[in-house]
Design a protein around this ligand. Structure first.
Ligand code: NAG
Ligand code: NAG
Ligand code: NAG
Ligand code: NAG
Ligand code: NAG
Ligand code: NAG
Length: 445
């Protein structure tokens, strides 16, 4: 009786710290699709009563720090605090059975029995003398040891510094820098942003991230998607883990974590607040609402192609993305929604779309080009789906800023590109806003 009372009391006090890590709350605290906090708390209580495995000095901030989705009063802060470099191996949801090596006892223990507590401080100055806000959060294998918190009570259009540390210890993360946005009514004449997309780690180096960070003359970073690629790869000089095409939750976590070993990318995340949206490759090439070019939802796909359904793969990818990216979930009951907007003073509104995974009609899957040609004038086709389209319309209509800037992951204007199979130019991109397949005749001007 006494014991269970103690556990209950402990659970109650720890709830706030668990739910302050936004990654536990996704998609919502109030229904059962997400991680069961009561179960996590129960394990936490057991650990508090038993031997302490998570020795503070053994915890590493394995992948630096990051910040994102700035608002005038708050910003998202991110880190990963773990005993291990590898990602959690549970592929679907919570698994208490996956072994984790404990360096103290030199034996494998249940990974999820080791919640890790971190505190964070936000400072007004680079010397970390003036604390502006502070908080505590827990993390565990359930969310791949990621930590994502919202730091509030901040001033608009102001630069801040932040640092995480393992609770009650001197084990600290690198210091990050971030910046809130101006209030919608604030006048400003210029702002600097760096815009990136299509960053394929095995294909080359990320000096573009590094150079803009070293020049240090911008305010925010925008990434329009294809932050990772899902392909199988053993390509030198930069093979990525895992080397197979990625399908499982572990696969997506591990792929994201490999990208986050690039020092230029880490530097950019450490210096700037990022605003991101995804394109297809965060999940799978030429994705749309119900599939992608690389995976059919058929019996064969369960036997040979990844052994997952299209929906399960999407859930794995989306979950890992929310865990690893410093992104807000603007609608906690809608895990797939990342379309959202930012007000950058009276200068511009930034409207970030998802023309890809949310509610898009079928796109070219390479083997269905005849079909895409057949339906090219079908008025029922959609890139965004009606819910997002209505929202987008209202965003444009209601905006009072001087400019409206739209973050779109696919190409809007018509451009001639040389096709991969020959020297002909192709005026249409059937996977982008054009939505139609290569034309035999050039269009009239
Ligand atoms: C943690 O960091 C230390 C120092 O960089 C390193 O020696 C150690 O191998 C790291 N541990 C893990 C589990 O990555
Ligand atoms: C997760 O998937 C990988 C393949 O990507 C497999 O090797 C591993 O055994 C799976 N783990 C669990 C716990 O099912
Ligand atoms: C920060 O610390 C450095 C070195 O200790 C010192 O030179 C500098 O004046 C300090 N800056 C502020 C703003 O206090
Ligand atoms: C999906 O199905 C189509 C039509 O049957 C086929 O041409 C294509 O190769 C399949 N894709 C995969 C990845 O199995
Ligand atoms: C735009 O304004 C209308 C009223 O004119 C309101 O109903 C709607 O919620 C607003 N939309 C957005 C996205 O702010
Ligand atoms: C595309 O290329 C064709 C053939 O070279 C040319 O006639 C056409 O004007 C070009 N279209 C655009 C949009 O550049």
């Amino acid at each position: 009786m006494l014991r269970s009372l103690t556990l209950l009391a402990l659970a109650a006090s720890a709830t706030a710290e668990y739910s302050s890590n936004l990654n536990y709350r996704s998609p919502s605290l109030s229904h059962k699709l997400g991680i069961s906090l009561p179960k996590v708390l129960k394990r936490h209580a057991k650990r508090q009563a038993g031997p302490s495995y998570a020795d503070a000095s053994a915890v590493n901030f394995t992948h630096g720090v990051a910040s994102g989705d700035p608002y005038p009063e708050s910003v998202i802060l991110w880190t990963r605090a773990s005993l291990m470099y590898d990602s959690d191996r549970s592929n679907v949801t919570v698994s208490g059975t996956v072994p984790l090596y404990n360096h103290d006892t030199e034996e494998y223990v249940r990974a999820s029995a080791n919640p890790i507590c971190v505190d964070y401080n936000v400072y007004a100055d680079q010397n970390l003398t003036s604390v502006v806000t502070t908080g505590r959060a827990y993390t565990s294998s359930d969310i791949d040891y990621t930590v994502k918190v919202e730091a509030g009570g901040l001033q608009p259009f102001t630069q801040y510094y932040y640092q995480f540390c393992v609770c009650g210890s001197d084990n600290r993360s690198p210091v990050g820098r971030t910046k809130t946005t101006p209030r919608p009514e604030d006048d400003l004449s210029s702002i600097g942003v760096a815009v990136f997309s299509c960053s394929n780690f095995p294909n080359g180096f990320f000096n573009a991230y590094g150079n803009s960070a070293r020049k240090d003359n911008i305010d925010y970073v925008i990434h329009l998607g294809d932050y990772i690629y899902e392909y199988a790869t053993s390509t030198t000089p930069r093979p990525v883990e895992p080397q197979n095409e990625i399908f499982t939750l572990y696969d997506y976590r591990r792929r994201l974590s490999t990208y986050r070993t690039d020092l230029d990318l880490l530097l950019s995340h450490q210096k700037y607040a990022w605003i991101t949206t995804w394109d297809d490759h965060e999940i799978s090439n030429n994705g749309y609402r119900d599939g992608s070019s690389g995976l059919n939802n058929t019996e064969q796909s369960f036997e040979d192609d990844g052994r997952v359904s299209v929906d399960q793969r999407k859930m794995n990818a989306v979950r890992a993305y929310f865990e690893w990216m410093p992104i807000r979930q603007v609608d906690m009951d809608n895990n797939l929604r990342i379309w959202r907007s930012f007000s950058i003073g009276s200068l511009f509104d930034l409207i970030m779309l998802d023309t890809r995974n949310y509610d898009r009609s079928i796109t070219t899957l390479n083997w269905n080009n005849d079909y895409i040609t057949e339906i090219e004038n079908d008025a029922g086709r959609t890139l965004m789906g009606s819910q997002q389209e209505n929202w987008f319309y209202n965003q444009l209509k209601n905006s009072t800023a001087a400019w409206r800037i739209i973050g779109s992951q696919i190409i809007f204007s018509r451009i001639n590109v040389t096709t991969w199979f020959g020297t002909e130019t192709n005026p249409y991109n059937s996977d982008a806003w054009d939505g139609k397949y290569r034309y035999a005749q050039w269009p009239e001007t």
